[in-house]
Design a protein around this ligand. Structure first.
Ligand code: ZN
Ligand code: ZN
Length: 379
């Protein structure tokens, strides 16, 4: 009997280094606002870490440029691990080493990786685990604007190969799509609910709007200050658009009241998602919150707003926060994207990673770019 010749496939040569675009230092402004020190992002090579049991090495296909990265680089928002470190937490790629069962698979890396052993994790709130790791902030010096990254296999979301959308573009699922999905879960969004999205035309808002509809919302009202993009949201989940440009929160509330009346909609029980992360958006959201309503804060900024919290008691209403997304929810999020219920392709632009400095500068200057930019490694 012939012994079949078994040939072990040559182990894909794992590079000895991770090539990366590292934030050497963020922009820095003196307390009095006087002296400004320019930030720096530069090419660096890091030794390839040996994956521990349970870990995988991912060859990165794409990493999205998130507002949070710009906050770290330009606005003095501190990363958990101090620079120099590589930013980027919106990652897709292919597994090239580590846990054998995963090698060869394509995956999305969740933006936050819970510890899975603390009280918060054990009670189902691991997206806000205090020991969580976030690539590009608290995963050592490692981030997505690199050739490779090492993460726990347990956390990643497998991407089926029979799909129409490029792996690099699916990087946006890691944060821009998953975060509003988690927000919808926090709000216990159910079929038939009525929803307002404040900041609906922005990078996260357009997914919040599409997700609300995909999850069965009855009426979705999109609010934003960008009239043109607001009209676009009517093709992507919104049933009505309310242009808040130049209007006070109270004016928007009156228009909203008139809209509900004209459409015969109830003035109670609305679920409001604040995704603009602006003071004006937050004030508008608070003004719209009504009886047995829910307000979920999805966007971030450092401003303080004033609100008579006794209204919550009178309204029997709630205001809740949301952070990241549980890794176990990613397959459901990806399913909505691959199934076409949530469109990402019209809103993603791929650029070579070597354009990182120009891209960061441009995104920071524009504030809210037309499309989310995903950088693809070109080392
Ligand atoms: Zn982000
Ligand atoms: Zn934990």
């Amino acid at each position: 009997m012939n012994t079949p010749v078994t040939r072990t496939p040559p182990a894909a040569a794992l590079p000895k280094t991770i090539k990366t675009w590292r934030m050497e230092r963020p922009w820095f402004k003196d307390k009095d606002g006087g002296r400004v020190t320019e930030g720096s992002i530069a090419r660096a090579d890091l030794p390839m870490p040996e994956p521990a049991p349970g870990e995988i090495v991912i060859e990165i296909a794409g990493c999205g440029v998130c507002h949070t990265d710009l906050g770290f680089y330009f606005e003095g928002v501190p990363t958990v691990n101090k620079p120099p470190l590589t930013l980027g937490h919106e990652i897709s790629g292919a597994v090239v080493a580590g846990e054998p069962a995963w090698v060869g698979r394509e995956v999305i890396v969740p933006a936050v990786l819970p510890c899975r052993s603390c009280w918060i994790c054990k009670t189902g709130r691991g997206n806000r685990c205090l020991a969580q790791k976030m690539p590009g902030s608290s995963l050592g010096v490692y981030g997505g604007f690199s050739s490779h990254i090492v993460v726990p296999a347990l956390d990643v979301c497998p991407v089926p190969k029979d799909r129409r959308i490029e792996l690099a573009k699916l990087a946006v699922v890691a944060d821009a799509v998953a975060t509003p999905y988690q927000a919808a879960m926090r709000a216990d969004l159910r079929p038939g609910d009525n929803v307002v999205v404040v900041g609906a035309a922005g990078g996260v808002g357009l997914y919040m709007t599409q997700l609300a509809k995909a999850l069965g919302a009855s009426c979705v009202v999109a609010v934003d200050v960008d009239g043109e993009r607001l009209r676009r949201s009517l093709q992507y989940g919104a049933d009505a658009a309310l242009d808040a440009k130049g209007k006070s929160a109270d004016d928007v509330r009156k228009e909203y009241g008139a809209l509900l009346k004209s459409r015969g909609l109830p003035n109670y029980g609305w679920k409001i998602f604040e995704v603009s992360g602006t003071k004006g958006g937050q004030e508008t959201s608070l003004a719209l919150l009504g009886f047995v309503g829910t307000l979920v804060i999805v966007g971030f900024n450092l401003a303080k707003v004033e609100y008579g919290i006794s209204r919550l008691m009178a309204f029997d209403a709630q205001i809740i926060g949301t952070w990241g997304c549980l890794p176990e929810r990613y397959p459901a999020v990806l399913g909505l994207v691959l199934g076409g219920a949530v469109q990402v392709e019209p809103f993603v632009e791929l650029r070579p990673m070597s354009s990182i400095v120009e891209t960061f500068n441009e995104a920071h200057r524009i504030g809210s770019p037309q499309k989310r930019i995903v950088l693809t490694p070109d080392f």
